[in-house]
Design a protein around this ligand. Structure first.
Ligand code: G1P
Length: 357
């Protein structure tokens, strides 16, 4: 079985972070979201993987994953170009998948327990497709599915105003090639996209059976900044301590921490896990890192208090401030304004930034 990971889309809800890179490379505990999808496919025994790319940050994804060998997989890149919806993206993978069943995984989703059970359960002799489901709080934000007592899907509807229940499509699907004929017949939806949810409904309308699989363990779509922070908390909850860098004084650290190669925690700094630090990052003696914080590569954190936040990388934070619940992009500088006059905070902030003071 092959895997198809969808990594197109514009990432508009993650601006300004996505002005300079694709949302699928946003790190969660110092690992790009998309790499979690690749790992889940590998765990399910799938190593022939097609990544469907949009226009946004295409080169960055190709540069990070290369031919896949570093990740134990063989990657084929498929260019979707204009983002016309999930069904359009899946349709672009037709030649790549050929005549076999295949898994589709949304590249900005994270699943704690992976997809091995879902893939193993799928029976292509009985079903035209299999879908991963989970109960959600806000069903009108998702594709919602009605199932019968045997778990057979009865109806699907994309972002319903009046949801029949709260069982949502979580963005992992197993398809037989029958889905391609349905994709060809689709019209654009109210949001101007070709919806994979409607292609699956088309299979049902043709009297094909759709298998459902309720996925246990948390699941997170990382579309918005608060989702990235939440996903970061969920992943950090499961990390184990690993220290490849230097900790000047072990007393600095409490709880589980990951410290990458070349990173330094100076004596006097206080680090309260779970915390993940990338490579070549320095935490100086005056700094405090609180629980649920991830700091990327090549950062300097000096005299700042940071908790429950994600700092993507190459940032300098030297401010005697408390920074909480924040998503801080690459090459950001946050320093204390030493100049006495004029008094006040000074900013150089790009388009779509958001500040809460
Ligand atoms: C997409 C699907 C939707 C699914 C969701 C899961 O929504 O269309 O059915 O529930 O992913 O993340 P979108 O992220 O395009 O709004």
């Amino acid at each position: 079985m092959k895997g198809v990971v969808l990594a197109g889309g514009t990432g508009s809800r993650l601006r300004p972070i996505t002005h300079t890179g694709p949302k699928q490379l946003v790190p969660i505990a110092n690992k790009p979201v998309l790499e979690y999808a690749i790992d889940d496919l590998v765990e399910a025994g799938i190593t022939e993987i097609g990544i469907v790319l949009g226009d946004k940050g295409r080169e960055a994804i190709q540069e990070y994953f290369g031919d896949g060998s570093e990740f134990g997989v063989e990657i084929t890149y498929i260019v979707q170009g204009e983002p016309l919806g999930l069904a359009h993206a899946v349709g672009c993978a037709r030649d790549f998948v050929g005549d076999d069943s295949f898994v589709v995984y949304l590249g900005d989703d994270l699943m704690r327990e992976g997809i091995a059970d879902l893939v193993e359960d799928f029976d292509p002799a009985e079903f035209a497709a299999g879908i991963g489901l989970q109960e959600v709080q806000e069903p009108s934000r998702y594709g919602i599915v009605d199932v019968d007592e045997n778990g057979d899907v009865v109806e699907l509807v994309e972002k319903p105003d009046d949801p029949p229940n709260n069982l949502a499509l979580i963005g992992v699907y197993v398809f037989t090639p029958a889905v391609f004929e349905q994709i060809e017949q689709l019209d654009k939806s109210w949001r101007g996209e070709y919806e994979i949810t409607e292609a699956i409904q088309g299979l049902l309308d043709d009297d094909r059976r759709i298998q459902s699989h309720v996925v246990h363990g948390w699941w997170k779509d990382t579309g918005k900044p608060e989702d990235v922070l939440h996903a970061n908390r969920l992943v950090l909850d499961d990390i184990e301590t690993s220290i490849e860098g230097t900790v000047a004084d072990q007393e600095s650290i409490r709880g589980r921490v990951q410290i990458g190669e070349g990173s330094v925690i100076e004596a006097g700094a206080v680090v309260r896990g779970p915390v993940s630090l990338g490579e070549n990052t320095t935490i100086t003696s005056d700094a405090y890192l609180g629980p649920y914080t991830s700091i990327g590569d090549d950062c300097l954190v000096d005299d700042a208090h940071i908790e429950s936040s994600v700092v993507i990388g190459q940032a300098e934070i030297s401010a005697d401030r408390k920074i909480v619940d924040s998503l801080i992009g690459r090459e950001v500088t946050i320093v204390t304004n030493e100049q006495r006059k004029p008094e006040g905070d000074r900013f150089v902030i790009g388009e779509s930034s958001s500040l809460e003071l």
